[in-house]
Design a protein around this ligand. Sequence first.
Ligand code: 9J3
Ligand code: ZN
Length: 288
Amino acid sequence: MKRHFTAAAAAAVCCLTVLVAPGAQAADNPYERGPAPTTASIEALRGPYSVAETSVSSLAVTGFGGGTIYYPTSTADGTFGAVAISPGFTATQSSIAWLGPRLASQGFVVFTIDTITTADQPASRGRQLVAALDHLTERSAVRGRIDSTRLGVMGHSMGGGGSLEAAKSRPSLRAAIPLTGWNTDKTWPEIATPTLVIGADGDTVAPVATHSEPFYESLPSSLDKAYLELNNASHFTPNSSNTTIAKYSVSWLKRFIDDDTRYEQFLCPVPRPSLTIEEYRGTCPHGS
Ligand code: 9J3
Ligand code: ZN
């Protein structure tokens, strides 16, 4: 068979390539930050951004207990989305501190908070997460580095329960990630925020059967939502550096806070069970 590669076709191929090549991806999504991701880049201990931190005294804020802000040092890429993270019952920010630089180095401003008292219940932790985001975007030293329309929440245990409370009360939040979340409220049909529920198969404090699984199942079926059950893990697995938690949290935050569809490949089709994943459920494909 003869090939008829006309001059017009050649020109079209040539010029389309030339027109689309430089800077097209940045123009498609003004919120994407950092280079195209790979499995190695989302699993890495640090992402592409250098990170600095600044502490926020409890005496200088109202509505939560202060904390530490981790932020990319670069101002060359514009503003970043932001995430507030609450610890669990009896714990302080140190119990979730590993997430600060891990997530910030991927291109987020991250606020690991202390609660007013370490006995505060999930509903209070939810209000405190919202107060922390308001402090971050309105009064903090890094407020100019943040896009206040692109915010998320995370938390461990009662702090994870609090992240569900925060999403319920503030539907403009772009992402929520409860980590081995604990709450007496098992049903979350009110949530409109894309939510990644992370549970642990060996959790005896907040067993997935009575916490993470009903949380996930009660979220609207129309929502962008996912359930990641960690394999060979406990209630306290989120208190130490953990690559499975990090890679799916980074992907979820990027996908929904930054609208960055380059990370969809790590979320859909849903990951298969593995040495670190007991089970993964999700409403794929995610809409844009
Ligand atoms: O934040 C948590 O670790 C909640 C689990 C818990 O200790 O509940 C007991 C009331
Ligand atoms: Zn409910």
